[in-house]
Design a binder for this molecule. Sequence first.
Ligand code: NOJ
Length: 517
Amino acid sequence: MTAPWWREGVLYQVYLRSFADADGDGTGDLRGLAGKLEYLAWLGVDGIWLTPIMPSPGADWGYDVSDYLDVDPAFGTLADLDELVVAAGERGIRVLLDLVPNHTSDCHPWFLAARSGRDSPLRDRYVWAAPGPDGSPPSNWLSAFGGPAWTLDEASGEYYLHTFLPQQPDLNWRSEDVRAAFDEILRFWFARGVAGFRVDVPHFLLKDDELRDNPPAEEADPWWVHRHGQRLVWNFMRPELHDVLRRWRVLADEQEPGRLLVGEGVIEGHQVAAFYGGGDDELHMTFHLGLANAPFEVVALRDVVEEAERLLPPGSQPLWTLGNHDIARYGSRWCEGDPRRIRLALLLLFGLRGTPTLYYGDELGLGDVPVPAESARDVEGRDPQRTPMPWSQEPGAGFTAADVDPWLPVGDRAGLTVAEQRGDPDSALALTRDLVALRRRSVDLRAGAYERLPASGGVWAWRRGGRTIVALNLSGEEDVVDDVAGTVALATDRERDGERVDGRLALAPWQGAVVIR
Ligand code: NOJ
């Protein structure tokens, strides 16, 4: 049996609003993306995940959906999506959408109806609860974006739950009505040829039915279970959520061809593992965001990877990324713009066992773009990692027309544009493309097991499969890896490509190589 495409392939996250603007309104759109398929095919990616495209008032940039069965006019039409899916398919690229099931927009007709009164037939689609005896919120849960997770609906005298903004009321996933409505939503997009979904915050889907208070955080608690002084217990990773994931998995697997379900991701290995289910019966893969949240240091990175190797169920496929629209770009966070470190980070991504995912611009080594306060758009300050793709140095960055103001500033992109890097064999972009191609040629890199090799200091080296070694020097000192023999298939210093190694691989500071015997 051949492996499913997503095990062998490379994913690419398109932050649609910032990718390519075809209609000249300063916002990226579906037709803009369609115009860049040639680039994505040249790069060699197999699947693209589009951040939410459904109609949304934009309080959280599409993560507040007001209609699950349409395309936001800012991005185009359903017909544009259909054309994109076909055109991408002709180039061997699958299209994944972002599914936002934990909450809707407060402008969604379901919420408007639910809010119209306690006896509304849609009331139960959301989470409502009476105030405490003193009028306080029903539990101490906090919103991810600050403040209480409950807002009082004055008219009915009940609070509604919102794990994020008050404009993002949480759906009640105990309701069969909600479950059935989402079955229809999944089927609707599957029928349009969508290859699957990235599922937003599955870890929050269900909450304790008694709405118990979270305990205070303890000092030793890591920040991700530690929300503004409390430990996430009763509204996070609840066991009941797995029923919903199993239900979607059946639906996805029933399709011809089967569709892919990918989880947004969590930070600890055992949490990531939980989404793979008891017997490969929940999400196909879930991002392990522990990697991007670790410092760029051997021990920290290696611990994340080796813990995942230990904890993920046998046969399952890890899903790695260096960042996304919620996290500072790796080019800044890890590499401070140092081209040697940027190359090393890319080699790491493609050297690990699992499916590599590029966040648009990662292939250029893009860093965060400073966004002045007067241009800021996001409530959570995530604009610097969401700025327009720098296609060229022309005004508008090749993202939008020269005389159009892009929705976020393009920033200073010298050396970081596709136009400059595409023709330069020594660029981050050329390295990424060669890594994608090498992975395609190498069964070891696609599917070989991970096995750590002895190394010291700042070096992390591992074997993949029978013949391939990946070695990274994550330090500012020269170092060596012993017992390496073969040919350098690809090094971050491209002049070393093709070099013979006979027993000892020397690595300059921040240098890495793939050696094949
Ligand atoms: C995770 C998304 O990636 C993020 O951008 C969003 O704000 C929250 N989920 C809420 O939907």
